[in-house]
Each structure stands twice: as structure tokens, then as C-alpha cells.
Design a protein around this ligand. Structure first.
Ligand SMILES: NC(=O)c1ccc[n+]([C@@H]2O[C@H](COP(=O)([O-])OP(=O)(O)OC[C@H]3O[C@@H](n4cnc5c(N)ncnc54)[C@H](O)[C@@H]3O)[C@@H](O)[C@H]2O)c1
Ligand SMILES: O=C(O)C[C@H](O)C(=O)O
Ligand SMILES: [Mn+2]
Length: 631
């Protein structure tokens, strides 16, 4: 990503391709102009804008393109003796790298290969990923990332990202400043001048207490931050050099890590309470001061902290991906599913299994949908939900055992007294009882409880509803509540299914294939972030989220073909992101949240580019931009 306010090149100021002559590399720097002229830059032009570097010789190999350095660049930068003779295109390099990757025998080794490739040659890494996105997302991101996080300390080769550790917190500002200086030393940060306070657009931070469905992973959580960061680049073209992936090492309560002699994090039980709050607050305050334009993405915090922090920092540009990103993608899939089933949102009876961050985030987002789209009151909307957690259905008498976010959804105890129960002696009301009594139209899994949606349960649901909507959203794959193939089989193929992790298409009796939508927040968070960054939004509001939901739901293939996937393919995330980010930007402007004058003028129709063109022109591409020698 580049800073929208700092783009200042017009088409006329951009030189032809660097490979045309050695002189072209040495031409004087393009004239920088500020202001609205910059809106005319196009998606093609941006890749011809030179990267300026004062490095020479082998030092430049750290701004690597390996065999991709052109003949001219090799002469000018003194690289000839460092490289084999032949010049290889990025395409050829990508082919070689991909062939090497294929030789890795397991997902974890493939993940490690990709991590090394990213360290060695960022552009090549993104090119390989982009060329094989569908296949490699599952290696780099969910489910592959889970294994890499869990095995972090044994697999470690070199540090990536930013480690902020509780025992070192006194020097936190200096640590973050060191990262900022590092970013500012990176050649490919901005398309024009690199203003020191403008270099970081995005901070992706985890405290690693609730990584995917695999729990507390301590310092290994950095890999979820770096994986999510890579998705921002792949999915929304945010410049990878302008993203800071962070782990807040608050200790760990995972005893397996604790007793591992190779564990690399801080070997203490997790800090809690005041110590924790002050530590996080110090981090956020420093980020706001040092990176004033950056948005903050919270990832995989434990539920209690996740909700508290989201509320505490609601006035700054931040969001919690597990709560808000997941809620948004689930609502988009649900809007598509109800269209296919020919029902309305207000008609749904929704059972959520796993009332944690994701489950309650989904409930909140659907509740907002019911209020905005169907005109229901908050209370009426909340009555559409039955949430089941470890102790069974959430009911009012659970009192203090209910978490704050769960309170609106607790059912009156009288209601369940008359339930037919499998086992009336059990204290709680369990999922099967709930399904039998509620006869839900929608069943969502965010429980981490593998195969909890049993044959009996799914068949029971299918008895009462023509098109059961079943979203087993737990990640990674092994924790999914039901295999989509089973859900379809047990409902005579009537179910509308979407999962959090990728699943192959299911062959139907008629020989056709049912594509299972991957209802993963990766389909929306990159564009949400992009929209917030481009508009320099003061906050990330619910209405911006809802705008993103509608844009995503409108791209559902199922709207045109009821047999098609409920959501567009994650492999097309980059195109999807243009529409979603545009919707987010428009909403930010409409809400008065946007502060970037360029985007405001474009949305108001006062510029000669469309918002979509402008967004595409600001996306970072995996290409070798020409190099420009400076002293
Ligand atoms: N598809 C997506 O985009 C997406 C996004 C976020 C989270 N998730 C997945 O959702 C799952 C939960 O994540 P989270 O962040 O909400 O975690 P969380 O820990 O906040 O929530 C999990 C909840 O499930 C409950 N639970 C655990 N075991 C249970 C059981 N056997 N029966 C009933 N309830 C049980 C827990 O008590 C907790 O309330 C994870 O697998 C995660 O990967 C998916
Ligand atoms: O990381 C993912 O795959 C989605 C989500 O944020 C999760 O925690 O499972
Ligand atoms: Mn997550």
C-alpha cells in the first residue's frame, strides 16, 4: 500500500521500462507533484515508478531479485560477478520456485519453504503465491498456518515481524521505533517520497491467547500475524513493506510450550488484569504516536480481552477480525443463502454452537442485519438466536457465568422448561435438544468441537426445514463441525453449506459438483483494511462493515445460480477486494469518517477517475519495478 496523500506522479513523469537502456536507470528522479493530479496515475503506470536505492554490489542482493536483475542493472549496480550470466524473467523464476516447492513432502515443509522464499525475495514470493493462490492459500494461511504456529519454536529459522515482550516493555517505544527505521530503510515503501511518519499503514497484532481453534500458542502467534499480513498483500494489494505484524508476548498458559526447552517466548504464565491492560495500552499509544496513519487489526486474542479491547479502542481506526471480520463474512454468506432458499432474514431461527469471539461476533453482525434490513428492534433481533456453549444453551439463570457479549442472547429459563430433553437430568440443554425444540433454519459452528454436527443432529435439522443452512466455521480443517460431504448426504443434498477452512467440491448424485464456499474472514478483512487505509478513516464503523457485507454478498455466485457457491472464491480475493474496499470507502465518506481529501473528492465525483480505478492504481503488485541509483 502506498500513502494516498503522497502519490504525486502523473503519467507524463513516468519513464519507460528500465530495460530499454542503461541510461534510463540513471535519468534524474521524476518530478514530484502533489495534489489531485496524482489521481490520474493508472494501475499499469504504478509499476514503472522506480525504486530508489543507494545500495551497491552484494548489499543490493538484499533488495533481491536474484537472476531477475536486468543486464543494465547488473552493470550499474556492480552485480555481474555475483550472479550467474543468464537473466531470468520473474515468470521463469516463479516457475523454478514453484517446482522446488512441489518437492517439499508435507504442508509444514511447504509452509517453511514459502517463509524462506518470502525472506529471500519478497516479489518472487508474492508472484508464486498469486500464480497458485488457490493451492497455496491452504499452505500459507488456514489450515497450514496452524501447524506452523504450533511448531514455531522447533521450526524457527529467522525472526520475522515485531516481538513486543512484557519483560522488555520499558523499551517498547525504542523497539517500535527501530521497526519504523527499518521500514524507512526499505527501498520499496512508497511510490514517491518516503515520509518517516507515513511509512506504516497497518499493524496486525495478536497476543496469541486463542490462535484459530488451537488455543494459546505464546510467541508462535507471530506466524498468524505474518500470515494475515500476507493475505492483506495478496488479497488487497497492501504494500507488504508497510505492514507491521506483531506478537505481544504476554507469557503463555500452554504447559506444553512451557516445558519445551526450545520454546522461544517468555516462559511465564500469562499476565492478566492491570498489568495486561497497561501493557496493551502502552502498545496502542505508541503505535498511534509513531504510526499515526496506521490502522490496527486485532487477531486471535482470548474472548474476554478481545471484546474489552474492541470497546476500549472504538474511537481509533481498529477492528477485531475474529469478531467483526468473521461476523461480516458469515452475514454475507447468510444473505446469499436466504436468497437461494427463498426466505427472508427475519424468518430465520439461528443456532450458534460455540459462543466465543467468532460466535458472538456472528450473532452481533446478523443482529445488526436484522435491525437494519428488517427493521427489528434490538430485542426482537436477539430473540432469533439460540447460542450453545460448553455448558449448553445460554439461559438467563446462568447469571454471572455468562460473558458480557453473550448476555443479549440468553434465553428465558421458562422457555426451556418445556423442552423435550434427551437427558432431563443433565443440568444444561444440549445442542441436539436445542435443534429438536427450536427447529433451526440456520446452524453455525464456531466451537472448535470436531464433528459436533452428527448425523442424528443434521438429519433432525433437515426434518423441519427445506433448505437447512449449515456453516461449520471452525478452523483448522480438523476442527470443522461437519464435513460438507456428510452434511449434504444427510440432508438429501438440500443443505446450503459453507465452511471456515477450504474443502474440495462435493460430487452430487446428479454428477454435478457442489462448491463449498469458504466462509473465512480472509474474504473481507483485507478489503476492509484497504478501504479504511485509503480513506484514512477516523474509525472503522459498523456501517463501514455493513457496506462491506453488502458488497461481498452481491458478488455471491449463488445469486445467479442457486446451485453455485454461496460466496465468491477466495482465489479471486483481489478482484473481490476492489468492490468491497470501494463500498467501505464510500461509507467512510458518507459517515464523515474519511479524512483523505483525494478519496473524498473521488467519491463526491469531483475527480476524473472512478473510485475503483483509483483503488486498483494503489494496489501493490508482485513485479520488479525499475531500480534508480541515488547517492
Ligand atoms: N471462519 C472464520 O473466518 C473464523 C473466524 C474466526 C474464528 N474461527 C474459528 O472459530 C473457532 C472459535 O474461535 P473463537 O475465536 O471464537 O474462539 P473462542 O475461544 O473465543 O470461542 C470458542 C467457544 O467455543 C466454546 N467451546 C469449546 N468447546 C466446546 C464444546 N465442546 N462444546 C460447546 N462449546 C465449546 C468455548 O467455550 C468458547 O466459548 C475456531 O476454530 C476458529 O478457528 C473461524
Ligand atoms: O485465520 C483464519 O483462518 C480465520 C480466523 O481468523 C480464525 O481464527 O480461524
Ligand atoms: Mn483468527
Amino acid at each position: 500500500m502506498l500513502s494516498s496523500s503522497s502519490i504525486a506522479l502523473t503519467r507524463a513523469s513516468i519513464r519507460p521500462s528500465a530495460s530499454s537502456s542503461s541510461k534510463s536507470i540513471l535519468v534524474p528522479r521524476p518530478q514530484h507533484k502533489r495534489g489531485l493530479a496524482s489521481q490520474r496515475i493508472t494501475a499499469e503506470d504504478k509499476n514503472l515508478i522506480p525504486i530508489r536505492t543507494n545500495l551497491r554490489g552484494s548489499a543490493l542482493l538484499n533488495t533481491p531479485r536474484g537472476a531477475g536483475f536486468t543486464r543494465e542493472e547488473r552493470q550499474i549496480f556492480g552485480l555481474e560477478g555475483f550472479l550467474p550470466y543468464d537473466v531470468h524473467s520473474l515468470e521463469k523464476q516463479a516457475l523454478r520456485a514453484y517446482n522446488q516447492l512441489l518437492k517439499q513432502p508435507s504442508v509444514i515443509l511447504k509452509h517453511a519453504f514459502l517463509a524462506s522464499l518470502r525472506d529471500q525475495n519478497q516479489v518472487l514470493f508474492y508472484k508464486v503465491m498469486q500464480d497458485h493462490l488457490k493451492e497455496l492459500l491452504g499452505v500459507l494461511y488456514t489450515p497450514g498456518a496452524a501447524e506452523a504456529v504450533a511448531g514455531y519454536s522447533s521450526l524457527f529459522r529467522r525472526p520475522v515481524g515485531c516481538y513486543i515482550s512484557f519483560p522488555n516493555q520499558d523499551a517498547m517505544r525504542a523497539q517500535l521505533q527501530a521497526h519504523l527505521s527499518d521500514v524507512n530503510r526499505t527501498a520499496d515503501v512508497a511510490f514517491d517520497e518516503n515520509k518517516p511518519d507515513d511509512a506504516i499503514d497497518l499493524v496486525v497484532v495478536t497476543d496469541a491467547e486463542a490462535i484459530l481453534g488451537i488455543g494459546d500458542q505464546g510467541v508462535g502467534g507471530i506466524t498468524i500475524s505474518t500470515s494475515k499480513a500476507a493475505l492483506y498483500t495478496l488479497g488487497a494489494g497492501i504494500n507488504p513493506n508497510r505492514i507491521l505484524p506483531v506478537v505481544l508476548d504476554c507469557g503463555t498458559d500452554n504447559h506444553a510450550l512451557f516445558s519445551d526447552p526450545l520454546y522461544m517466548g517468555w516462559k511465564r504464565t500469562r499476565i492478566r488484569g492491570k498489568n495486561y491492560d497497561e501493557f496493551v495500552d502502552k502498545f496502542i499509544t505508541n503505535c498511534r504516536e509513531l504510526f499515526p496513519n496506521a490502522i490496527i487489526h486485532f487477531e486471535d486474542f482470548g474472548m474476554a480481552n478481545a471484546y474489552r479491547l474492541m470497546e476500549k479502542y472504538k474511537d481509533i481506526p481498529q477492528f477485531n477480525d475474529d469478531i467483526q471480520g468473521t461476523g461480516a463474512v458469515a452475514l454475507a454468506a447468510l444473505l446469499a443463502a436466504i436468497k437461494v432458499s427463498g426466505t427472508s432474514l427475519a424468518d430465520q431461527r439461528i443456532v450458534i454452537y460455540g459462543a466465543g469471539s467468532a460466535g458472538m461476533g456472528i450473532a452481533d453482525q446478523i443482529k445488526d442485519g436484522l435491525m437494519i434490513l428488517e427493521g427489528l428492534s434490538k430485542e426482537e433481533a436477539a430473540r432469533r438466536f439460540w447460542c450453545v456453549d460448553r455448558n449448553g444453551l445460554l439461559v438467563e439463570s446462568m447469571g454471572n457465568a455468562l460473558r458480557h457479549a453473550q448476555l443479549p442472547y440468553a434465553r428465558p429459563d421458562e422457555e426451556v422448561e418445556h423442552y423435550n430433553r434427551e437427558d432431563p437430568d443433565k443440568r444444561g440443554v444440549w445442542l441436539l435438544d436445542v435443534v429438536k425444540n427450536v427447529k433451526p433454519t440456520v446452524l453455525i459452528g464456531t466451537s472448535t468441537h470436531t464433528r459436533a454436527f452428527t448425523e442424528e443432529l443434521v438429519k433432525e435439522m433437515g426434518k423441519h426445514v427445506e433448505r437447512p443452512i449449515i456453516f461449520p466455521m471452525s478452523n483448522p480443517t480438523a476442527l470443522c463441525e461437519v464435513d460438507p460431504e456428510d452434511a449434504l448426504k444427510w440432508t438429501e443434498e438440500r443443505a446450503l453449506v459453507a465452511t471456515g477452512s477450504p474443502f474440495p467440491p462435493v460430487q452430487l448424485a446428479n454428477g454435478k459438483h457442489y462448491t463449498v464456499a469458504q466462509t473465512n474472514n480472509a474474504l473481507i478483512y483485507p478489503a476492509l483494511g484497504l478501504g479504511a487505509i485509503l480513506s484514512r478513516s477516523r474509525t472503522i464503523s459498523n456501517s463501514m462493515l455493513m457496506a462491506g457485507v453488502h458488497a461481498l454478498a452481491n458478488l455471491s455466485p449463488a445469486l445467479h445460480n442457486p446451485e453455485a457457491s454461496l460466496l465468491p472464491d477466495l482465489a479471486d480475493v483481489r478482484d473481490i477486494s476492489v468492490d468491497v474496499a470501494a463500498a467501505v470507502v464510500r461509507q467512510a465518506v458518507e459517515d464523515g469518517n474519511a479524512t483523505d481529501q483525494n478519496t473524498i473528492r473521488i467519491v463526491q465525483g469531483k475527480a476524473d477517475v472512478t473510485l475503483e480505478e483509483y483503488i486498483k492504481a494503489r494496489m501493490w503488485d508482485a513485479v520488479y519495478r525499475p531500480l534508480e541509483l541515488v547517492d
